[in-house]
Design a binder for this molecule. Sequence first.
Ligand code: ZN
Length: 176
Amino acid sequence: MNARIGLGNDLHRLQAGDGLWLGGVLIPCPFSSVAHSDGDVLLHAVTDAILGALGRDDIGQLFPDTADENKGRASADFVKEAVRLMRKDGYRIGNLDAVIQLQAPKFSPHKKEVRENLAHLLGCYGKDVNIKAKTGEKLPPIGTSEAVAADVVVLLIPDASIQNGSDADESVRILP
Ligand SMILES: [Zn+2]
């Protein structure tokens, strides 16, 4: 098997609210994401990047925003399903690189926590997860805090410890 690369992108409108979910961490701020689920733009882009690398259906096909079961749902569930499929297909995370586009609040104080949480969800080391944030230079819609967006690229590599197609352990592996 060869390594596979995937790309994910997502954008959500912002509204007045009491916090923004980013990478499974609730960032305190006067905004929230407009969404059917918890609106975690980073986790949605991560999910789509993994699914894309696997050549599988995208997040909107797997988790329709018309389904009641997905209303207010924690986006970590979407990542966990993508990771389960990744392991089923015999892959693990090589590395992941993400760009968050957010005017405010500052992302840097939350970067370490988001990185560690994401690595935990993905079953990989923190060093294999990189996240950076850019403002929108005060230009709409990002820079006027009307929207938040994320781009993610991920490299999946064959995992020799997983037997492809077998009843491999599909639980998320937790590394130190
Ligand atoms: Zn989304």
